[in-house]
Design a protein around this ligand. Sequence first.
Ligand code: ZN
Ligand code: ZN
Length: 119
Amino acid sequence: MQPIDQQRMASPIIISVQCFYCSKWFPESQLRTIGESVKMCEACQHKHMKNMLEFEPPPYCQSCLTTTQALAARGDDRLAVHYKDGIYQVLCMACDAVYVQQRKDLYARTEFGYKEAKL
Ligand SMILES: [Zn+2]
Ligand SMILES: [Zn+2]
């Protein structure tokens, strides 16, 4: 009788790719490529379409809650849209910079991360 470890079959190697939106790993064939290099799984695609239709950006940053008026007074009232914690959120440029740095794992692989954020 052989020890159990030696009887185990080698598991097949699956090349998995990370979904840009839910950060789960999938076999490459199950993901769609959006734009240049963003990968999205099917579940997220459905959610994405639904959210896009329902999305109405609020007039303030959803991270620091600064209103666009206050941001305009500071000289930059642009808001960046992020898919964060399962929903779309708008972030002011300061929070956007912090968030992009936090999610280097995702953004560094995109054309945006490479060219604009210099990750
Ligand atoms: Zn996904
Ligand atoms: Zn903010």
